[in-house]
Structures are given as C-alpha cells and as structure tokens.
Design a protein around this ligand. Structure first.
Ligand code: FPP
Length: 273
C-alpha cells in the first residue's frame, strides 16, 4: 500500500514497529471518535492566546488522522465544533472558522492523495458561505476515497442529531407511510446523520473531563470510553496507541455474557447427559 504523507514526515522504523505490535496484540477499532478538548487550557499554560491552542490542535488532527489510516482504522470522527461552541466570544468563533478554512485549503489535496474521504455531520448551513464552499470542495474531491473516512462534527450535537431523526420519522408517519409501531432501533440509527457508519468502538476524550458533552449520544451505546489528562495539542500518535492498547484490554460484552459463562447452558447439558 502507498506510504502515507499527511504529516510530510517519513514514518520512522520505530513507529512502524509500534503499529505492527499494536495490530498483532489485538483488534484495531474500526471506528474511533474523539472529543478534542483542552486547546484553550494548553495555550493558557504556555502564556499564549486560545487560538494558538487550536492551531497546534490542527497538527494533532493531522498526526492522528495519518496514524489511524496507517493502522487500518476505517472511520475517524472528530468533534471539531459543537452546537454549544457558538456561544463562545465572536473573535474565537471567527478565528476557529478561519483556521478550518485555511486547514482545508491546505490539506484537501493531501487528504485526496492519501485516499482519505472527508465528510461532515452537523448544521453546516450555520457556517459562513466561504467555509461551506471550502468544505464542499474538499468533500467532493475526496468522495471516491476509501482508505479512511474522516468525519468532522461541525455545529454538531447529539441531541440535534436525534431531534432531526425524530422529525424525519414523524414526517413518514404524518404522510401515512409508516405505522409508529414499526419504529425500532435500526430505523432511528438509519435516520441519524451517521447512517451507514458503524457505531464508534472507541471514544477518546482529552483534557481529563469525564463527560460526553452532547457528542454521539445515540451512537455511543456500547462504545468503550478512554479519557486522558493530556490536552488535545499534546495528544499525538503515541497517546493514540495507548488508547488503543487500553481498548484491546476491554471485555466487550454488548450487554450479554461471555461465551462459556452461561450456567444454564451447562445445567441443561448436565440434564441431557
Ligand atoms: C476544544 O478545546 C476544542 C475546540 C472547541 C475546537 C477543536 C478544533 C480544532 C483542534 C481545530 C479543528 C480543525 C480541523 C481542521 C478539524 P477548548 O477550546 O474547549 O479548550 P478548553 O476546554 O481548554 O477551553
């Protein structure tokens, strides 16, 4: 497979070894979702302005995207701007938008050359026109790619997502096309902005906050959670590997019990014998 060049750095032998050890140690999550938090605090600690934290945060995005693609992660969803983030000072919101446009302008070809598909979830129509245009261009350019799907959650919230799904389903009921008794889990899943994307296996949150902050509320039902004290600008591939290592230690039962632990099955076998 073609070498990845997102970070413009040749992958070191040491990094290749780490990735191969990780791949041999257990399952690599198919879908990783990340709450990138702590840019502001990181910048403040360095005596800098918040926007500097967001800028260095983009370097983390690049490094993590590249490492995920190399590891064979198929979906990476990044919480880049929440519905609630609109409530931040105008200067910070504008700065973030400018950063997003500049990053996309700079990275779109790079993403394309590396076979990465860019998609978004959220209320894109709330973004300034230039931002929407830049995003759309990158989305169109990379639409046919399939090594990794990079999804940016922009003006996104889990409650917004569920509300929109409910509205769509209610319209089917209203038009007489759907019996409400037929509404089930799968139908709701299929009406969310993430339809056709498997639920995240692993959700990472940086900066040591133990909350979900209105991220993929429906989709996270059985996701493994990993929280690290590191601020997002300091979260790079070695920290990603630690998160995946932790994921590989988890016992995912999806509400069921482990194979071989069904006492009743053993009993019935005893009775049969
Ligand atoms: C949270 O840190 C981070 C954000 C609200 C924005 C994250 C955005 C980026 C890293 C840039 C995204 C760019 C691309 C290309 C995807 P915070 O500001 O809430 O930090 P704090 O909790 O310390 O204040």
């Amino acid at each position: 497979m073609k070498e990845l060049t997102l970070t413009n750095k040749v992958q070191t032998k040491d990094d290749k070894e780490k990735q191969s050890l990780l791949a041999n140690a257990g399952e690599i999550p198919e879908h990783i979702a990340i709450i990138m938090d702590g840019n502001g605090r990181w910048a403040k600690k360095k005596g800098s302005i918040r926007l500097h934290g967001h800028k260095v945060g983009v370097d983390s995005v690049r490094d993590i995207t590249e490492a995920c693609a190399q590891l064979g992660v198929k979906y990476l969803t990044l919480y880049a701007f929440s519905t609630e983030n609109w409530g931040r000072p105008t200067a910070e919101v504008r700065g973030l938008m400018r950063l997003l446009v500049a990053s996309l302008r700079k990275e779109a070809d790079n993403l394309h050359e590396n076979d990465i598909k860019l998609v978004t979830i959220g209320q894109m129509d709330r973004f300034p026109a230039d931002c929407q245009d830049e995003l759309q261009e990158a989305i169109d350019l990379t639409a046919g790619n399939n090594r990794l799907q990079l999804c940016l959650a922009l003006s996104y919230s889990g409650r917004w997502d569920i509300t929109e799904a409910v509205k769509k389903i209610a319209r089917h009921v209203d038009a007489g096309r759907l019996d409400p008794e037929l509404i089930n889990d799968q139908m709701i899943t299929d009406h969310l902005s993430t339809a056709n994307v498997p639920d995240p296996d692993l959700i990472i949150r940086t900066s040591g906050e133990y909350r979900i902050s209105n991220f993929l509320l429906w989709q996270l039902a059985y996701s493994e959670l990993y929280i690290t004290e590191r601020y997002w600008p300091d979260f790079r591939r070695d920290q990603l590997y630690e998160a995946i290592e932790s994921f590989q230690q988890r016992d995912r039962r999806f509400g069921k019990i482990k194979n071989g632990e069904d006492e009743n099955a053993n009993n019935s076998r005893l009775h049969k014998n």
